[in-house]
Design a protein around this ligand. Structure first.
Ligand code: 26M
Length: 824
């Protein structure tokens, strides 16, 4: 209905050109004679931005007047990628822009690719937040995102001599998509001490005094929905030295350098995104980031609520706060502090408001990723918050003691304060106790958390507090934007683009499985997408790959649990097999390109070794004349959202091969299947639900099950274990120096051979190799392969983030959409 919704700003090609030129000449003060692609990008972005801004203001006004519940999505990561292409598609004016840019002498693709990715995230968790913003706006939910405006996003990865090198990602030079709100500045306090005072009624109140103040300045980013005027807000906080507080004192006393030092220390808070994915290191600056952002966001949310003059008991009817993992858990404590210390509510009354307001999504079961903060560190930085945590814990333990009077060990196990040296605050427990709902992100994961970390909490609260919301992805970016030709082909068959807002409509594609022309075009599109990726590989690595070969892709953060090592060891096995084949046998083999990509956390040595092994194997294999097109091994540098948009549409098969029970959900698995690729994967995360939807015959599953992992690990530790013989040959080749200095890989090999093989690479190796042989066989029958791909796409409707957001809205947030009135 909102296909081309009306708004001020351009609607025709000519108007778009005028606006773009005006911005180039006046806003950017550049002459049209030296208007390069970057200037064209800037001008076009500003033209689109003008359009967004108008709807953005209207949306905010509408939401204020509607006086209904809003969602606040708190995430330390928003992995947005590029904004211009997305804005063009969502507003429905990409064709207009394409024609206009062409008149001005530009190809739209070149202009779009000028944009620097907004890379304020590590991986899955951050990208999920970005997909959710898209869905919330598209479904017209009144929703805000709150995050940090890092000066440096995730580092840029360079591969130098086969090693990862990290380069800072300074992305803010020119960012037309953010609006500084210097008038929206919040004072954030750190350190200091707590004293007790009597108020007028003789009530004892805590006062947090002293310490230092840092300013939080708001920067707003418009989030346009697809084919709707709703344009939501993402508010990112930036840290700045507080004017009022300290610098004048020092400045006046002549200590100019110290004053500049203070300034820089304040700005450090929002300087850099921590590049760890699934690893918690307990750094104080990270805790400062967390409090800075939670306190600023809560101040903002509370201020907005107070304007309504409603009673505090109505707060949860107006506000739902979603915690993206435990990173924003301090928001729970901060709201309790505001209500009790500043607004004078009774503890119990306040805590009731808090619990009704918050909900918490868990994204990992990996023990090393669970957030714990040292009590002494928290005592020093946030003395009042630690007191509140103690009080919350004490009341909680009392309740548990009444419920389970004879179970002393239960109290020890569920205490928010872990009795270690030093004591630690367990954030996942605090988040659970302070929320009304806790969810996992895929069925298996939600089951696992109920039987592991939250087992006791299920007994205490009952099972209804714990639920599942299987992740999803936005079909706008991950189909329409990344794969425009496939989207267009689908639209031509389904009679329009409704599937982009109701992905279950893809079902109807199954009616075209006998349509020869349709299938031919489908195949041509996949081939064109592979040619495009081959071109990118040629340009960036100099390696020529055959687009007719089977493209086998694994792109994601490098982590032992995701088992890129299993993949590369399998590739080596394939290489050794090819080397041992006769020329006749080689002719029967399907050519392959094994493509890897992803960043390793800078301090994660094992992950860096895996990258080095992939590159070293590529060096040997790609230059081996015996092998030719039969096998190529590629490492794509600096995998990010915009690269994913090129890579995802180009897979024949992609790898999602984590040790069963370790990958909470995975979301790239969904992206690849939605783009007509098949999956080789383990029974883990969302792979299980993808199998349920597409059918067992359309996915290549292998490996041990989550329920067997414990026993298998036990067998490794207690000697009852023999290395897989094929894998042993692979290790012999590595140790024999076939891929360069074997010493570089000894820690990696040993982790599998004699260090317990925690991720069960050896246990799954045989089944992995056999399954790859099945993939080879299946690929030879192109007709049947194509049918699997089309059938799979038609059954992917469930994995839209729209479905996912609707589940959150109905089961957890209890919010309604606010559908704008049609204008003419
Ligand atoms: C923690 C402490 C200090 C610094 C960084 C972190 C940290 C950052 C990111 C910890 C975990 C982080 O992300 C975890 C993550 O990305 N989890 C993934 O979430 C996806 C969305 O739900 C799932 O699909 C993936 O399976 C899960 O691994």
């Amino acid at each position: 209905a909102w296909k081309k919704h009306s708004a001020q700003g351009f609607t025709t090609k000519e108007e778009f050109e005028n606006e773009t030129v005006r911005h180039v000449e006046t806003t950017l003060a550049r002459s049209l004679f030296n208007c390069d692609e970057l200037a064209a990008y800037s001008g076009a972005s500003l033209a689109f931005r003008d359009r967004l801004v108008i709807e953005w203001n209207r949306t905010q006004q509408r939401q204020t007047f509607a006086d209904q519940k809003r969602v606040y999505y708190l995430s330390l990561e928003f992995l947005m990628g590029r904004a211009l292409d997305n804005a063009m598609l969502n507003v429905g004016l990409k064709d207009v822009a394409r024609a206009g840019l062409k008149d001005l002498g530009f190809r739209i693709e070149d202009v779009i690719s000028q944009e620097h990715d907004a890379a304020l995230g590590n991986g899955g968790l951050g990208r999920l937040a970005a997909c959710f913003l898209d869905s919330m706006a598209t479904l017209n939910y009144p929703a805000w995102g709150y995050g940090l405006r890092y000066r440096y996003g995730i580092f840029k990865q360079e591969i130098v001599d086969g090693y990862q090198v990290e380069v800072p990602d300074y992305w803010l030079d020119f960012n037309p998509w953010e609006f500084p709100r210097h008038d929206i500045t919040v004072d954030i306090q750190f350190y200091g001490h707590v004293s007790r005072h009597q108020d007028e009624d003789g009530k004892n109140i805590a006062v947090w005094e002293g310490g230092e103040i840092v300013d939080a300045v708001a920067f707003d980013v418009p989030i346009p929905g697809y084919s709707t005027p709703t344009t939501n807000n993402l508010r990112l906080w930036s840290s700045k030295a507080s004017k009022g507080e300290f610098d004048f004192q020092k400045f006046n006393s002549g200590d100019y350098e110290a004053s500049v030092g203070d300034q820089q220390r304040a700005e450090t808070i929002s300087a850099v995104l921590y590049p760890n994915d699934n690893l918690e290191r307990g750094k104080e600056l990270r805790l400062k980031q967390q409090y800075f952002w939670c306190a600023a966001s809560l101040y903002d949310i509370v201020r907005r609520f107070k304007k309504s003059k409603k009673a505090w008991s109505a707060f949860p009817d107006m506000v739902a706060i979603q915690l993206n993992d435990t990173h924003p858990t301090l928001a729970i404590v901060e709201l309790q502090r505001i209500l009790v210390d500043l607004e004078g509510l009774d503890w119990t009354e306040a805590w009731d408001v808090v619990q009704k307001t918050f909900s918490y999504a868990n994204h990992t079961v990996m023990p090393e990723a669970l957030e714990k903060w040292s009590v002494p560190v928290m005592q020093n930085l946030l003395p009042r918050h630690l007191q509140i945590i103690y009080e919350v814990n004490s009341q909680f333990l009392h309740m548990v003691e009444k419920q389970f009077p004879k179970d002393r060990d239960m109290l020890r196990r569920v205490s928010i304060i872990e009795e270690s040296q030093p004591q630690m605050v367990q954030m996942a427990y605090l988040a659970t106790i302070g929320s009304h709902k806790v969810n996992g992100v895929a069925e298996l994961h939600s089951d696992l958390i109920k039987t592991t970390i939250f087992k006791d909490f299920v007994k205490i609260y009952g099972p209804d507090k714990f639920t599942n919301v299987t992740n999803g992805i936005t079909p706008r970016r991950w189909l329409h934007q990344a794969n425009p030709r496939l989207s267009e082909l689908i639209a031509s068959k389904l009679g329009g683009y409704e599937f982009l807002t109701d992905l279950t409509k893809l079902n109807e594609l199954e009616h075209f499985l006998d349509d020869k022309d349709f299938k031919k075009e489908w195949q041509e599109i996949k081939y064109a997408n592979k040619v495009r990726l081959a071109q990118h590989i040629m340009n960036t690595t100099g390696v020529r790959v055959n687009p007719k070969a089977l493209f086998d892709i694994q792109v994601k953060r490098i982590h032992e649990y995701k088992r890129q090592q299993l993949n590369i060891l399998g590739v080596i096995h394939r290489y050794l097999t090819i080397k041992a084949m006769s020329a006749e046998e080689r002719k029967k083999l399907a050519p392959r390109v094994s493509i890897f990509g992803g960043k390793a956390a800078p301090g994660y040595w094992m992950a860096k070794t895996v990258i080095h092994l992939v590159c070293s194997v590529g060096e040997v294999v790609n230059n081996d004349k015996d092998v030719g097109d039969l096998l190529k091994v590629i490492y794509i540098e600096d995998y990010n959202v915009s690269k994913a948009e090129i890579i995802t549409p180009a897979s024949d098969i992609s790898e999602h091969i984590s040790t069963a029970g370790t990958e909470a959900s995975g979301t790239s698995n969904m992206k690849f299947v939605l783009n007509g690729g098949l999956i080789i994967g383990t029974c883990d995360g969302a792979n299980i639900e993808i199998t349920r939807e597409v059918g067992e015959s359309n996915i290549f599953l292998f490996g041990n099950l989550a329920e067997d992992v414990e026993d298998l690990r036990h067998a490794h530790t207690y000697g009852n274990f023999k290395l897989d013989p094929d894998l042993a040959k692979v290790f012999d080749a590595i140790k024999g120096g076939r891929f360069g200095d074997a010493n570089r890989f000894s820690a990696l090999c040993n982790s599998i051979i004699d260090q317990g093989d925690y991720y069960l690479v050896s246990d799954d190796f045989n089944s992995y190799i056999k399954t790859h042989a099945l993939v080879d066989e299946a690929y030879k029958d192109q007709e049947a392969w194509l049918e699997k791909c089309i059938t799979s796409v038609s059954r992917m409707g469930f994995f839209s983030s729209d479905r996912c957001i609707q589940e959150y809205a109905e089961m957890i947030w209890n919010v309604e959409p606010l559908v704008p009135e049609q204008r003419n």
